[in-house]
Design a protein around this ligand. Structure first.
Ligand code: SF4
Length: 223
């Protein structure tokens, strides 16, 4: 349920925290007080990290906060960075809640070779850094609700800007493309090879060609 980054901080690893209203914020505040938490931090992936939480209190702490927590995907996508989920950003042009839900339930082959970080942006300003994630989705046009889809980005030690693999796609077309890209990656990449490293071993044209060949698997996925 958690991982400890050091002796005093614990990340609630299977959950993200979303938009909070006043009463939810009050519950968070009261829970922090109740458990004697010294510091709380929201990570860029919307997880929470707390200090001074005793190991034997973790389950109770998580259960108390359950009304505020959203389970992370279990389909091989490790984390999803998103903004403007409910249209809360005044600069946003598309509310991203629907697409995040669909990414979480995408039917993917298992196991994935490595972590898959996805990011959905609510407008082309890209605050969630979709071009530096394994999967990135950026609105192409608010008026038509279409998307640009990116694959193979990485923001770590060896950064890589993701490749554009689809332009001006509908939501369903975008999700189908993401799924096909992950199927190819899952079948070809060695264990612990991130999408960015995998794409360094091939050419974009070759990858796109392989993605294009997977068409029959898209049917019946409920996307
Ligand atoms: S990308 Fe930035 S500016 Fe655009 S909707 Fe998201 S948070 Fe707002």
């Amino acid at each position: 349920m958690s991982d400890s980054s050091n002796n005093s901080f614990t990340t609630i690893s299977n959950y993200q925290i979303g938009l909070l209203n006043g009463s939810e914020l009050k519950l968070l505040w009261e829970t922090v007080e109740q458990f004697g938490i010294e510091h709380i931090r929201f990570t860029p992936g919307s997880q929470i990290t707390v200090s001074k939480l005793a190991e034997d209190q973790l389950t109770e702490f998580v259960n108390t906060l359950k009304p505020l927590l959203k389970p992370l995907p279990t389909n091989g996508i490790t984390s999803i960075y998103n903004c403007n989920e409910h249209g809360e950003c005044r600069k946003g042009c598309i509310a991203t809640g629907k697409i995040v839900k669909k990414l979480c339930s995408l039917d993917l082959p298992q196991p994935m070779p490595a972590r898959i970080k996805a990011a959905v942006a609510g407008c082309p300003r890209c605050c969630t850094m979709p071009r530096l994630r394994d999967i990135g989705m950026i609105p192409a046009s608010a008026r038509e609700s279409t998307w640009h889809v990116y694959f193979g980005g990485h923001g770590g030690r060896i950064p890589r800007i993701a490749d554009l693999i689809g332009e001006h796609l509908s939501l369903d077309e975008s999700l189908a493309l993401v799924r096909r890209a992950l199927i190819v990656y899952q079948s070809e990449a060695k264990v612990k090879t991130r999408t960015s490293s995998y794409l360094r071993t091939t050419t974009l044209n070759s990858f796109l060609e392989k993605i294009g060949k997977i068409t029959s698997l898209d049917s019946g996925q409920g996307i």
